[in-house]
Design a protein around this ligand. Structure first.
Ligand code: GRG
Length: 302
């Protein structure tokens, strides 16, 4: 078997293994029903447990592992990141935002459960995520507090939500490349960046210099992820990406292919991959999975 094929198979097996653990953990920690609001719980389970890449918990897990921490400890905070991500997808799909019908190959939450329930499912997922981190087993209190602060900052008005707001207010207007980068780093990049930091904190083994290098890795990878997402919106197949392609263009969104052409966007993703790999130089072979994950983010087709 050629080395490249073997490498890809190994990464696939690794990713599948973590995904299974994350899925089992999510199944276990999500409520199955509630006397108060059974439909809300159904909508939460429907959205969170739908098949996703689980990239954020995977990044937390692999970062913890790269620092020779007990990667199992990263599962609970990693699942918290997945809950925040699920909330962002549910709200992003709403009629008042992107008004999408399809997510992860299924009807969007508001199409399946109605708009009010979808809004409330997203609202409920946010405190659930912070509760999970606050109670994450085996992690020192100061690390849990640092995780809460990191995630809150990443998803608040100066991060994901701020980026979403800029995205919506820029529809139909031409942004400069610099402004588009600010938007993408905030909207999508910050949560991925925080996922790397959360994994490092879970390990209990990251000094300030390791945290800073990993942060450069997370920031480059986070932006690369969104550049590729923009590319897939143009080139992707609905059956593979699980959402409607062409939606960005239809909504008059600013994207890298529109601004830089498809080839320019691909070059940008490659340059970010190089930056991510450079940031890992000091980690040697321990960071091999993180390197492969960076390749995966840039070379994926979904
Ligand atoms: C605060 C409402 C709100 C939104 C925040 C992240 C975000 C902004 C919106 C999500 C919509 C979106 C398609 C963003 C582009 C990049 C992205 C986050 C894609 C989806 O993430 P994947 O590919 O999804 O990791 P899966 O389904 O694999 O988990």
């Amino acid at each position: 078997m050629p080395v490249t094929t073997r490498t890809i198979l190994n990464l696939d097996q690794y990713l599948d293994g973590i995904r299974e653990r994350v899925q089992a953990h999510l199944e276990e920690m999500l409520p199955t029903t509630s006397e108060l609001a059974p439909e809300l719980i159904e909508a939460i389970r429907y959205s969170v447990l739908a098949p996703g890449k689980r990239l954020r918990p995977i990044l937390a897990y692999a970062t913890c592992e790269a620092l020779r921490g007990d990667a199992h400890l990263a599962l609970t905070p990693g699942c918290a990141l997945e809950l925040i991500h699920a909330y962002s997808l549910i709200h992003d799909d709403l009629p008042s935002m992107d008004d999408d019908d399809l997510r992860r190959g299924r009807a969007t939450c508001h199409r399946a459960f109605g708009e009010a329930t979808a809004i409330l499912a997203g609202d409920a997922l946010q405190p659930m995520a912070f509760e999970l981190i606050a109670q994450a087993p085996g992690i020192a209190v100061d690390a849990r507090i640092a995780m809460i602060a990191t995630v809150a900052k990443a998803v608040g008005p100066h991060g994901m939500v701020g980026g979403q707001s800029l995205d919506l207010s820029s529809e139909g207007k031409q942004l400069t490349a610099a402004r588009l980068e600010v938007l993408h780093r905030a909207k999508t990049g910050q949560l991925l960046r925080a996922s790397v930091q959360v994994g490092a904190l879970a390990s209990g083994r990251a000094d300030a210099s390791a945290l800073a290098s990993l942060d450069r890795y997370g920031a480059a990878l986070g932006l690369a992820f969104q550049v590729v997402d923009d590319i897939l919106d143009v080139t992707g197949d609905v059956a593979v990406i699980g959402k409607t392609p062409g939606a960005d263009q239809k909504a008059g969104k600013n994207t890298y292919p529109t601004l830089l052409t498809l080839d320019g966007a691909r070059r940008k993703a490659e340059a970010l991959l190089e930056q991510a790999l450079e940031a890992l130089e000091a980690f040697g072979p321990d960071a091999e999975r993180l390197r492969k994950l960076a390749h995966f983010v840039v070379e994926r087709d979904r």
